[in-house]
Design a binder for this molecule. Structure first.
Ligand SMILES: Nc1ncnc2c1ncn2[C@@H]1O[C@H](COP(=O)(O)OP(=O)(O)O)[C@@H](O)[C@H]1O
Ligand SMILES: CC(C)(COP(=O)(O)O)[C@@H](O)C(=O)O
Length: 285
């Protein structure tokens, strides 16, 4: 009997989205587009009498820079599955910055719990529990669906079973900078903000990364979400001819193409990411 199980899930930078309201969490979610990135969350589930979650962030060099206790959405999944475990999540990207860390933590943790307790859930059932927790806790809408696979994605319906168009761009470098957290729940709970977001939604699916940036930027401009700090970074990117938009929902910017890293570096810690080639999985260790 294994005493621990591990899973990894990539993060997802949403470029634009529109909430779709269903009758249940399964039919509630979002449509939109974004990029699944190679950095994400590694979750370990260990046998334990009681449920607990420890959240760790590591620096690029591997040192633990932050440790937090508790994660309401991950605890929700344990309770929903009727099992206990000691969960430890580890990530390098900041939490609450629009990198879909809540969804990555949920998918990775649920995958690890399924394996630890031999629950026999299919990949779809694992994703359904993770998605339910995201929607109930207002930590995300479309990230779980996106992180089931890699590439840059266009989600055409809510929930985990809707059609998703994926384009794989192996090696494409996406650079991001964060200027501080933005609570996803606070935006998703604001009727005024959600109406502006609804009205800003662009039609059609991007065929190229360039198009994804152009649709995302149009959405960001119309959404009313751009803070003065994000505006300064976007202005610098425009000046340098670098494609850029706001990370949804985070107080940050993601950018693509030559000069992106140098331009963003003036504003904070830069994360150099690549489009992920696969979604949630059990790593070979
Ligand atoms: N790495 C993680 N491990 C465990 N829980 C997490 C993790 N990242 C986010 N969460 C949960 O999600 C909440 C934040 O969600 P949100 O603001 O949507 O962040 P993000 O934009 O990174 O998805 C946190 O308060 C925490 O409860
Ligand atoms: C934009 C968001 C609603 C939240 O994304 P994050 O803050 O990264 O959890 C996402 O889930 C989406 O539906 O596109």
């Amino acid at each position: 009997m294994d005493t621990t199980a591990v899973a990894f899930c990539p993060g997802h930078i949403s470029g634009y989205f529109r909430r779709v309201e269903g009758d249940t969490p399964a039919t509630t979610g979002s449509i939109g587009a974004g990029i699944v990135v190679d950095e994400g969350v590694r979750a370990e589930a260990a046998r334990a009498e009681t449920a607990s979650v420890t959240v760790r962030r590591r620096s690029r060099a591997g040192a633990v820079i932050e440790t937090m206790t508790g994660s309401p959405p991950v605890e929700y999944v344990l309770e929903r599955l009727g099992v206990t475990a000691a969960i430890t999540t580890e990530c390098r990207l900041p939490i609450g910055a629009g990198f879909g860390m809540s969804a990555a933590a949920l998918l990775a943790a649920t995958t690890a719990i399924n394996r630890l307790h031999n629950l026999g859930l299919s990949a779809g059932e694992v994703a359904a529990f993770a998605h339910e927790a995201e929607v109930v806790h207002r930590t995300g809408l479309g990230d779980v669906a996106a992180c089931r696979g890699g590439g840059f994605v266009c989600r055409k319906g809510p929930g985990i079973d809707a059609e998703i168009v994926r384009h794989y761009e192996p090696g494409a470098v996406i650079t991001a900078v964060t200027l501080g957290p933005l609570s996803t729940a606070s935006v998703l709970s604001s009727p005024g903000r959600m109406e502006a977001i609804r009205a800003a939604y662009p039609e059609g699916c991007p065929e190229t990364l360039e198009e994804l940036f152009s649709f995302s930027r149009g959405f960001a401009e119309k959404s009313g979400l751009i803070s003065p700090e994000v505006r300064s970074v976007l202005a610098a990117c425009d000046e340098a001819g670098v494609l850029a938009s706001m990370t949804m929902l985070g107080n940050g910017v993601f950018a693509y193409g030559e000069g992106a890293e140098e331009t963003l570096a003036a504003f904070g810690e830069v994360f150099v990411l690549r489009t992920a080639d696969r979604g949630v999985h059990i790593p070979e260790e």
